[in-house]
Design a binder for this molecule. Structure first.
Ligand SMILES: [Mg+2]
Length: 366
């Protein structure tokens, strides 16, 4: 089953989020960028993956087409482990983080989609699942920096059936507003996206402690300062979560050995795909860590995470970026029902991206 063709299909889907414009990655964030990685075997089997591409769509598209595709065309699509090892080795000189690993992640997801289709089984069956066929969702609110809007969006998410809410805020008034809106006992997480030095994080953790956070996410820059995370977690008594910026299981191994977090957050479109996520899951189990997959996605990365989560020994919460996309590649599957996602049962990832949405939202490649 040789790989005949690898193509990057960049999409840009506008979204609304109920607040003022905000930036991410140093730029305004107004589009859900999705780089689909379409792999076709010589026999005509087609698989889809997703390479992380929020605010880096063109760079990731180029990485897939210029760095990955030339190396893998003609290789055996069913030898996923061997192929991914070779690719990581061949491309290591371009860096073991960021754009290169995003592109490899997209390819790996597509190969698993093909493997499932070749076997006539959903991905979760190939992974030994599904222990569960619904996955609890949490609402991952956009970044607002406005306590009134945070309160309103928190209440809206709970009214929509979510049982858990995560904020992307860094100040006490917004966290207080969410707690006030949710009431006691509703799990609230706070994702800060690496804003603080270790000393600032200590001070802020003390201020946020009264709000009973289920976890505090990525409080320290740089994210790989595992010793500082470990010290903060021990000193603050607040459970920390991190991992969306860690690539490959090697990085998670260091994180776990440092006792840096309680919740590990591998991101299937960044970490190295389904293959690398599975290695992280095994490591997490041996270190008694709970996985809370990073998955603010609406493409194949979202589906892959559903299958992976269904095959984990312990239940994870699955992230749903609480925004409204103008269009969905997978119909209403992206929306939880009574606070939980449904696991698709078709072969491979379980669903094909809607061709009309792919056509309508195809973005410029370069
Ligand atoms: Mg995060």
């Amino acid at each position: 089953m040789k790989i005949g063709k690898v193509e990057a299909i960049p999409l840009a889907i506008p979204f609304s989020h109920g607040g003022a414009p905000a930036g991410w990655g140093g730029q305004d964030w107004t589009m859900l960028d999705v780089v689909l990685v379409r792999v076709e075997t010589e026999e005509g089997l087609v698989g889809y993956g997703e390479a992380f591409s929020y605010n880096c769509r063109r760079a990731v598209t180029a990485a897939v087409e210029d760095m990955v595709a030339p190396v893998v065309v003609g290789r055996d699509a069913s030898d996923i482990a061997g192929l991914m090892y070779d690719l990581q080795q061949q491309l290591h000189l371009f860096g073991r983080y960021g754009i290169t690993m995003f592109a490899l992640s997209g390819l790996d997801i597509a190969l698993w989609d093909i493997a499932g289709k070749a076997a006539g089984m959903p991905l979760h069956r190939l992974l030994g699942g599904a222990a569960r066929n619904t996955i609890p969702a949490y609402a991952s609110l956009f970044k607002y920096r406005d306590a009134d809007v945070v309160a309103e969006r928190t209440a809206a998410a709970l009214a929509d059936g979510y049982d858990y809410v995560k904020l992307h805020e860094i100040d006490e008034p917004e966290v207080a507003a969410a707690r006030e809106a949710a009431g006691e006992g509703v799990p609230i997480m706070v994702d800060t996206n690496c804003p603080w030095t270790p000393a600032q994080a200590r001070e802020m953790a003390a201020r946020l402690k009264p709000y009973d956070l289920a976890w505090l996410e990525e409080p320290i820059f740089p994210p790989e300062n595992f010793a500082a995370l470990a010290a903060l977690q021990a000193q603050s008594g607040i459970a920390l979560a991190a991992g969306e910026n860690a690539c490959t299981a090697f990085e998670f191994d260091k994180m776990f050995r440092a006792d840096a977090v309680t919740f590990a957050q591998p991101s299937v479109t960044k970490v190295g795909g389904v293959s690398e996520f599975r290695k992280v899951a095994v490591l997490a189990e041996t270190h008694n860590m709970t996985l809370m997959p990073h998955s603010p996605y609406f493409g194949p990365g979202f589906l892959a995470t559903l299958h992976l989560a269904s095959a984990l020994p312990a239940e994870s919460l699955l992230e749903r970026l609480y925004v409204t996309p103008e269009a969905s590649l997978y119909g209403d599957l992206i929306d939880p029902v009574e606070g939980a996602f449904r696991l698709p049962d078709g072969p491979g990832l379980g669903m094909e991206p809607d061709p009309a949405v792919v056509a309508d939202y195809r973005a410029e490649a370069k």
